[in-house]
Design a protein. Sequence first.
Lengths: 315, 315
Amino acid sequence: MITVLAGGVGAARFLQGLLAVHRPSDITIISNVGDDAEFFGLHISPDIDIVLYHLAGLSDEEQGFGIRGDTYNVLEAIAHYGYDIWFRLGDRDLATCITRTDLLRRGRSLSEATAEIASALLVPARIIPATDDPLRTKIRTDEGVLDFQDFFVRRRTEGHTREVIFEGAGSARPAPGIVEAIMEAEAVILTPSNPLVSIGPILSIAGIRDALRTTPARVAAVSPIVGGKALKGPADRMLRDQGIEPSAAAIAKLYEDFLDVLVIDNVDADLKAQIESDAGEAGGGGVEVTVTDTIMESMEKKAALARTVLKAVAA
Amino acid sequence: MITVLAGGVGAARFLQGLLAVHRPSDITIISNVGDDAEFFGLHISPDIDIVLYHLAGLSDEEQGFGIRGDTYNVLEAIAHYGYDIWFRLGDRDLATCITRTDLLRRGRSLSEATAEIASALLVPARIIPATDDPLRTKIRTDEGVLDFQDFFVRRRTEGHTREVIFEGAGSARPAPGIVEAIMEAEAVILTPSNPLVSIGPILSIAGIRDALRTTPARVAAVSPIVGGKALKGPADRMLRDQGIEPSAAAIAKLYEDFLDVLVIDNVDADLKAQIESDAGEAGGGGVEVTVTDTIMESMEKKAALARTVLKAVAA
């Protein structure tokens, strides 16, 4: 059993490779829910759906989210009723949100609703939201504390990230099955996702971070920072706003209390020795660094990266 | 001020004519809510929406409900999640349902939500749901007690209507403004709608029927039965199932405790004397019968019917 901590697009692309090289039914995906939101009274789980659509072969890979070829007829009509429609939800995507909202209102937990939706989409891996409790990422900028999607989508991440807040983290419990999935895994993998707002919310749940620290399984992460830059999105800028120089080394540092293996890109090969030596000095078990091509331009490259990560974490 | 008790398609067509010949801002429409339902967790108000879409110039007049040129992308996608989709809701129609559901969940009453939606659609008349309380029409057939839409749409009204039940009628109060709209009206008009399941649920609310009995305004009804047949829908068959011979005379009888004027079609001209004489014998103020063309084939005919009804009820 491989357990994966996943954010949005970077996670989905990595998982496409992983599912191609490892038996899907032996993969458990723990999904970020910090970016969940409510629009038009509907519960939206963007990271869960990005992963589901990618693994179901439905994703709009060009825009990164949503369903390929989707239409926006409801969204255009709903604008007439006074709703802001800066969060673009296609019609088929809305069908997922309507279903999730209906299941939640009928008393299902988010993890139960997610399992039903994943099953209907014939997603062969198990996907569990990090928590069934409310957990919302907020961003403090110079304009105040913003909802994550307001900051991320509506304002296009503009402005200085003064603070990343995980509202509800203090009382959020890991969803059922998560601690077991980490403790009993052969290996745990953190996808190349934004460490602050994609993986961060998952790690903000004490029970999950504790399980990562204590699991007998080795824990690997793929650096989302390549050559000092985020592969996608504002992770580099957000790290810098936190006073952290964006680099693969920063990723090792952020995860140092549980990380065994860091997979970095070829362009960062010269960081390997430094990262391993820093981790050794910090005590704990140290970190092994694996250097490979982490740019997932094709299905072949995604699969190759997954194979390399599996090999490194098993070693 | 003209106050109108309205069902679905027949009401909407009559109202198109009325709004063409009378100042819309002086018209209050009391809408049936007995056919409201919940699908996919969304609150659906079919009769309210049929009237709104007709008066907003958006209606799909061929199919009688929904929005002209609407698409069904959400519905097709939602079927994958295991929902029965026999109740056809187009994408733009769904936008209305999503909005209404959101407003209700945020604490608005159904009449407040309806006013907001009507205003967004630029409907110039006031439309009030008969009640803000739960009121649901159920049909007892040989197969048991069915939800109205199950009977009406899914089963296409097949089967013997043993009983029409208005669940919640005992405790449902008229929505705010309704009693005043009836008591202070210059005239009250019942549209040519199914007396059992379109007008019936409105009349099942004691406060509304009482107001019709006591208002100083004259009350007119347009018979939905022409030549012994329903103009549209199963009203004739449903009346017969209740042991009532479907005719314009039956309409007079069903409304006899408050009716002043009955408008019937030319083909039923020979019923005029009998209806007036029966009503005279029953006591009360009697009923005047106006004979005219009630078939609303064109905008001109809709307007002509509205003019005739206004004249008859004013006389």
